[in-house]
Design a protein around this ligand. Structure first.
Ligand code: AMP
Length: 282
């Protein structure tokens, strides 16, 4: 595995690969790898000739008072996990290279980013789309892989790629969970044992939503109320939002037709967690 830390080197490698007719797959990450990240890399390995994983804790997607400074980092562990998963190139740019002095260009997807995560993190998606657009320009992948864990992010990126004619195929991968159902996240390690137990209510509440859907409930309001009741039993968990929306457009819906997404965010102590499940038959 090659470690590349300058944009210039990454660009010239990509150019050569493209000239040689190789298919480049990119998995963008902020590091501190868990099985969820590795599943994206495993899929990337299968889909292309050259697998590039970027590791960059992107400051522009963190709001004021969020956890940018304390976001977990462990480069040597990440390096060996990536190597063991068959990554060809680990791209690790520095902050100064990505956002040099005088930097002032941002990519913004509008309506889609106003609700759900965007309501609680108003500058978040602007940072995400900007860094992903930059990574696409630097790595020039044919295919990029993202997790459904960050469902709104996946939809926003698909929209950006379509609107700006970026010509990158976007693949979404299912959420990987711990054995007890908690969605894997680099932030889970902040949880105390008691908080970890309380955090399970998020997955339990989504299971409840799924059961209701399976038994024929199609009214979003009633499902959302039931989900909130499951979470609110846990004193230590504060809900930011629980929403049911069209899975493709993220528009609000009056009634669930063939499929929808139920997504939520909540704080367990100081740790903010998100999770979701797709409601569809079969
Ligand atoms: P992050 O390093 O948190 O920015 O995540 C990098 C990529 O991994 C994103 O596309 C995430 O959606 C994805 N990801 C994070 N957690 C999971 C998970 N539990 N299962 C699948 N993919 C995930």
């Amino acid at each position: 595995m090659e470690i590349v830390s300058t944009i210039r080197e990454m660009c010239s490698i990509s150019d050569e690969l493209r000239k040689g007719g190789k298919t480049i797959v990119l998995v963008p990450t902020m590091g501190y790898f868990h099985e969820g990240h590795l599943s994206l890399m495993g899929e990337g390995r299968k889909r292309g000739d050259v697998l590039v994983v970027s590791l960059f804790v992107n400051p522009t997607q963190f709001g004021e008072g969020e956890d940018y400074e304390v976001y977990p980092r462990d480069f040597s562990r990440d390096k060996s996990l990536a190597e063991g998963t068959g990554v060809d190139i680990l791209f690790v740019p520095t902050m100064e290279e990505m956002y040099p002095e005088g930097y002032q260009t941002f990519v913004e997807v509008e309506r889609l980013t106003e609700s759900m995560e965007g309501r609680f993190r108003p500058t978040h998606f602007r940072g995400v789309t900007t860094v992903v657009a930059k990574l696409f320009n630097i790595v020039r992948p044919h295919i990029a892989i993202f997790g459904e864990k960050d469902f709104q992010q996946l939809v926003v990126i698909r929209w950006m790629v379509e609107d700006l004619n970026m010509g990158v195929e976007i693949i979404g991968m299912p959420i990987l969970r711990e054995r007890d159902g908690l969605a894997m996240s680099s932030r889970n390690q902040y949880l105390t044992p008691d908080q970890r137990k309380a955090a399970l209510s998020l997955n339990h509440s989504l299971q409840k939503a799924f059961q209701l859907f399976r038994s024929g409930e199609r009214n979003p309001r009633r499902i959302i109320d039931a989900v909130k009741r499951v979470i609110e039993v846990e004193g230590e968990v504060t809900i930011d939002y629980v929403e049911i929306r069209d899975a493709r457009t993220l528009e609000e819906i009056e009634i669930i037709e063939d499929q929808a997404i139920i997504a939520l965010a909540a704080k367990v102590g100081k740790v903010r967690l998100i999770d979701n499940v797709i409601l569809r038959e079969g």
